[in-house]
Design a protein around this ligand. Structure first.
Ligand code: NAD
Length: 484
């Protein structure tokens, strides 16, 4: 049993594992900086073959009952459970995540597919609904129909789990899929092909094509044979996807970047606030779209809160996954390390006040380790305050009243998530109603159960994943109006 058992250096097209002569792209262990394996880049022709397979599989797959599709989905989660330890090991090896976080990704993937298997069963009863109106001689029914073959383009920060958020509702709805994993973390997402194979899914229902964005991702997003591209990644790439989809008016789902605020009021429990702020920005080494990276704190409690945050930050133990006492791993890639350390350099150029961290982590011979950092008194115009850093970097500004806190929190192009820490329930409700973000957390950490919605306002995206909204994202509504 080992992480290497999860390495499949092939693409999965029409029920076959195919090598092809595409470029071999190395996947890197972010601790050793050594390759742990390779994926084979799918060409435009390979993508075309995968899309054709998804089209051929669509009619029979969508004709199954929701119950039949749910049975296949549960067989897939049984297959994942059977390889759970290997998948966790791979998530640690390829992403540098602590074991607990790596395991949460895989368990979360299983729970998500199981949740949507239940929704698939319910869909049988919901497929056709009479419309309630009174026009003499008319009656109407709405039908929910699967959108068709769809493509997924995935990021590297939560491989497997973010795919589950798309795959669960797509399969439940009756869609067939082509998955493009991130080239940084190909293996656990390629495993969806293995899970499909072990579960006996008909060929073509799930296809996996690896490769870089500009080659394989572009071929997928431009392919006229898909009805939707569901994308999770940066806002910059989301704009490319949107333009490519416009060509043949494909549906799109965009889960993009964030710069999420956490608002700490004067009546807050400061121990709780410090814990939520640091957990929220240090989980997965800060590589979370919903990282609580903009800390807005009432001026009267700034210094005691900063002290508590500094103590928690300095208690973080950086290390390789499973090394003694480690609580935070490295960043997932060299590119991300360069980006985060680049922002540390910008902070120095901007003359920001760094209260802890602020640099590369000393004492490692290799690996993309950075210190968890707190900057205070950050100007509103600072690049660190406005741009998504995607690392363990917390920036703090103060406010003097509730109105100012809300205005500052909303003063961003993003709108993915926001957190509120206050002991005043009426204030929490009032502020939550006015924050422009898709998921608001009050006095709790940033969990995302599959029953809730996920997605952003403004440039954080278009559409919602998870819950009934996630399922609706893969269904077309058809109304049939007849004489009656
Ligand atoms: P990225 O945009 O660089 O890459 C995402 C995917 O897009 C990869 O598979 C990549 O190969 C592909 N891609 C790149 N260029 C492409 C192109 N021109 N055409 C088609 N595909 C292309 O993002 P990333 O660095 O992998 O992920 C980090 C980003 O993802 C952050 O901005 C983060 O906030 C965001 N994210 C958002 C959510 C959410 O739910 N909103 C969740 C996780 C990550």
């Amino acid at each position: 049993m080992a992480a290497k058992d999860v390495i499949i250096e092939k693409n999965y097209i029409d029920g076959q594992w195919v090598g092809g002569d595409g470029e071999r792209l190395a996947a890197i262990n972010p601790v050793s900086e050594q390759a742990i394996g390779h994926c084979i880049e799918a060409s435009a022709e390979d993508v075309d073959a995968a899309v054709r397979a998804a089209n051929n599989a669509f009619a029979p797959w969508s004709a199954l009952s929701g119950k039949q599709r749910a049975d296949y989905m549960r067989k897939m989660t049984a297959a994942i459970r059977g390889h759970l330890d290997d998948l966790v090991e791979m998530q640690m090896a390829n992403c540098g995540k602590p074991r607990g976080e790596a395991k949460a990704d895989i368990i979360g993937s299983i729970e998500c597919i199981d949740y949507f298997a239940d929704r698939a069963e319910e869909l049988d009863a919901r497929r056709q609904t009479p419309v309630d109106y009174d026009i003499p001689g008319y009656r109407s029914n709405t039908r929910l129909e699967p959108m068709g073959p769809v493509g997924f383009i995935l990021p590297w920060n939560f491989p497997m789990k973010i795919c589950a958020w798309k795959l669960g509702p797509a399969l439940a709805a009756g869609c067939t899929v082509v998955i493009k994993p991130s080239e940084v973390t190909p293996f656990t997402d390629t495993f969806w092909g293995k899970a499909a194979e072990e579960a006996g899914l008909p060929p073509g229902v799930i296809n996996v094509v690896n490769g870089r964005g500009a080659i394989t991702g572009a071929a997928l997003s431009e392919h006229p044979g898909l009805r939707k591209i569901s994308f999770t990644g940066s806002t910059r790439t989301g704009k490319f996807i949107m333009k490519a989809a416009a060509e043949d008016v494909k549906n799109i789902g965009l889960e993009l970047g964030g710069k999420s605020p956490i608002l700490v009021f004067q009546d807050a429990d400061l121990d709780l606030a410090a814990r939520l702020a640091t957990e929220g920005v240090f989980y997965n080494a800060g590589q979370c779209c919903n990282a609580t990276c903009r800390l807005l704190v009432h001026e009267s409690v700034e210094e005691p809160l900063a002290q508590k945050i500094i103590a928690l930050s300095e208690a973080v133990v950086l290390g390789a996954p499973d090394s003694p006492g480690m609580t935070m791993g490295p960043l997932a890639s060299k590119a991300q390390y360069d980006k985060v350390t680049g922002y540390q350099d910008i902070a120095r150029e901007e003359g920001l006040t760094c209260r802890t961290g602020g640099d590369r982590a000393p004492g490692f011979d290799s690996g993309y380790f950075v210190q968890p950092s707190l900057y205070t008194n950050v100007p509103n115009a600072s690049r660190l305050w406005n741009e998504e850093i995607f690392g363990p970097v917390l920036c703090l500004r103060t406010f003097t009243n509730e109105e100012e806190a809300i205005t500052e929190a909303n003063d961003t192009e993003y709108g993915l998530a926001a957190s509120i820490v206050t002991e005043d329930d009426a204030r929490a409700e009032r502020v939550a109603a006015r924050l422009e973000a898709g998921h608001i957390y009050t006095n709790v950490s940033v969990a995302i159960p599959p029953e809730t919605s996920w997605g952003g306002f403004k440039q954080s995206g278009i559409g919602r994943e998870l819950g009934p909204w996630g399922l609706a994202g893969f269904l077309e509504v058809k109304t049939v109006t007849s004489r009656g």
